[in-house]
Design a protein around this ligand. Structure first.
Ligand code: HEM
Length: 211
């Protein structure tokens, strides 16, 4: 299977913007009452740059503006991917991304996991021709997590007080945003590791998605 041209462009832009966004998100200072946010999100490992003495109001930085811009770009790309999921373009349909929602998808997942598990334990991945249900599930989970992060981000874009104290609701949305970034990073690590293993085994999946 080859992915449709628009999907390849969508993926490349999404990959570049999201990887940059993860880096910027780790390095930027968050404007507002930094210490308040830090205390509330204490159980989440937050960016080192967020640690501020109690009561300090952090000014908006250019990095935070880049974060807002990249975030809105990612949301637009995800919305485009959502629209494409409603089409039958090669590799685009939403049914590919959530196989666990269908009886035959669940069956395929079960049989793929049981027949390929032994190989995975030795770092070997079966070629895509032998089943892609697990890979598609990871793709679907990445998109769903990215959409949830983006939705929380849009709420924060409109609700975050850049000059002081946050409401409890906005604190909660901020913590959820950060927690989901952790989930997304784990999925992205698995995705990139799978790509590297496939390429090393000569499956050349990159040419299926390269614009
Ligand atoms: C370092 C960056 C990345 C690399 C090297 C990479 C590589 C790839 C490759 C080679 C494929 C094709 C897999 C196949 O043959 O089925 C693919 C598909 C896919 N990747 Fe990535 N990827 C990256 C980042 C991301 C990010 C950040 C996302 C975020 C959501 C993502 C989501 C997807 C999805 C959803 C697909 C399936 C195509 C689609 O449904 O749009 N990838 N990726």
């Amino acid at each position: 299977m080859q992915y449709a041209g628009i999907l390849r462009w969508n993926h490349s832009l999404l990959a570049v913007c999201m990887v940059l966004q993860l880096l910027v998100g780790e390095l930027m200072d968050v404007p507002g009452e930094g210490a308040e946010h830090e205390a509330a999100a204490g159980w989440i490992i937050s960016a080192w740059a967020h640690s501020m003495p109690a009561g300090t109001v952090v000014e908006e930085s250019w990095m935070f503006e880049v974060h807002e811009f990249l975030g809105l770009t990612v949301v637009a790309l995800l919305l485009l991917r959502l629209i494409l999921a409603l089409t039958d373009l090669p590799g685009a349909n939403w049914r590919h991304l959530v196989p666990w929602c269908f009886a035959d998808g669940r069956r395929a997942l079960k049989s793929e996991i049981s027949s390929q598990m032994a190989g995975w334990k030795q770092g070997k991945l079966a070629p895509p021709e032998e089943g892609e249900t697990v890979a598609r599930s990871v793709h679907g989970l990445m998109l769903l997590t990215a959409m949830a992060i983006g939705t929380a981000g849009v709420v924060l874009f409109f609700g975050w007080n850049e000059h002081g104290h946050q409401s409890e609701l906005i604190e909660f949305v901020g913590e959820t945003h950060e927690l989901l970034v952790g989930v997304f990073e784990a999925l992205l690590a698995a995705h990139v590791l799978a790509v590297i293993l496939h390429q090393r085994q000569g499956h050349d999946i990159v040419s299926r998605i390269k614009p």
